[in-house]
Write a protein that binds this ligand. Structure first.
Ligand SMILES: NC(=O)c1ccc[n+]([C@@H]2O[C@H](COP(=O)([O-])OP(=O)(O)OC[C@H]3O[C@@H](n4cnc5c(N)ncnc54)[C@H](OP(=O)(O)O)[C@@H]3O)[C@@H](O)[C@H]2O)c1
Length: 289
């Protein structure tokens, strides 16, 4: 008993101090993350992106620009003075976004490209698409179009899977592939550019019943992160291009009240947790740079 008591006397303080030590580290970590979060959302102001991206008389290109986050981003960028190239599959919707943009800022130029990415998993299709904007001075590229069908693997029609892969994976990959060299070329004049994709917060975990959607968004998030890593390790190239002048981002929305989110959210009575596309785009703007 005496030996056990001695052991308890010896270990007791060690265990207590270890727990206090670990608790303190955890608490400091929590304080750090909470204050970073508060700083980011309450005390961070967006950069002057017109200045950062040498944006005077330059263009933003946005896919999925006819609705939701893409349309709201177009309104924001037009308001800041960027010319807008809007891409999506529905011409009428693109025209109505264009009309809104002209009201917001009558000075900006616009270009509309109707393109349906479904069934277009061919590099020639994307080369042709990008060739339509090759003469524009593009400073911002937002690869944002996406679809979110719900359903279990066993029930999901193959056509729906095909659509999901074509839009969320193929269009995402090929437009990163084709726009990156154009933006790198621009860095030779010492100009920065912004290349951003849209993943989803769902890629951080398993999201039933959007398993395939989540998988595609996992791919998107991984691709953007990995390409950014590659770019930043390349260093300035012999031809004068400077990958460090490309801000390669990946946005990860959650619960933004758009066409994409409304139906499944309504089914699950989570409608109250959605927020407006404009708040999301304001946050995206704060993240730029
Ligand atoms: N809303 C959210 O909370 C949330 C959460 C996570 C991730 N996201 C991601 O954010 C991005 C934008 O979503 P959103 O919420 O703004 O959705 P949305 O309102 O449904 O808009 C989707 C856009 O993508 C376009 N699009 C869809 N299929 C297309 C196709 N086959 N070819 C060409 N364009 C196509 C649509 O064009 P049409 O208008 O012509 O159909 C529309 O402009 C997506 O990548 C989505 O995965 C959104």
């Amino acid at each position: 008993m005496g030996a056990l008591d001695n052991l308890a006397d010896l270990l007791g303080p060690i265990v207590t101090y270890t727990i206090v030590f670990i608790g303190t580290i955890k608490l400091l970590g929590w304080i750090y993350y909470t204050s970073s979060f508060i700083k980011k959302f309450a005390f961070t102001w967006p950069l002057d992106i017109m200045e950062r991206y040498s944006g005077k008389d330059t263009w933003c290109v946005i896919t999925g620009a006819s609705d939701g986050i893409g349309a709201e981003t177009a309104r924001k960028f037009a308001g800041l003075g960027f010319n807008c190239c809007l891409i999506s599959r529905t011409t009428d919707k693109l025209k109505s976004v264009e009309a809104e943009i002209k009201k917001i800022n009558p000075k900006v130029k616009t270009k509309l490209i109707t393109a349906n990415f479904f069934g277009k998993n061919s590099i020639e299709f994307y080369k042709d698409l990008v060739s339509q904007v090759k003469d524009l001075d593009i400073s911002l590229v937002y690869i944002n179009a996406g679809i979110m069908p719900s359903g279990h693997q066993i029930n999901m029609p193959v056509e729906v899977m095909q659509h999901l892969l074509d839009v969320n994976v193929y269009h995402y990959t090929m437009l990163h592939k084709l726009f990156l060299p154009m933006l790198l070329e621009r860095t030779k004049q010492g100009k920065r550019s912004w290349l951003c994709g849209t993943a989803s917060v769902t890629w951080l975990g398993y999201a039933r019943p959007f398993v395939h959607y989540t998988a595609t968004k996992g791919y998107d998030g991984y691709l953007s992160t990995a390409v950014n890593y590659e770019l930043k390790r390349m260093g300035k190239r012999a031809d004068g291009a400077d990958p460090n002048l490309i801000d390669l981002h990946c946005s990860t929305p959650m619960g933004v009240g758009t066409n994409l989110v409304k139906p499944p959210i309504k089914e699950r009575v989570w409608i109250y947790f959605t927020h407006r596309p404009s708040s999301y785009v304001d946050a995206l703007h704060k993240d730029m740079g």
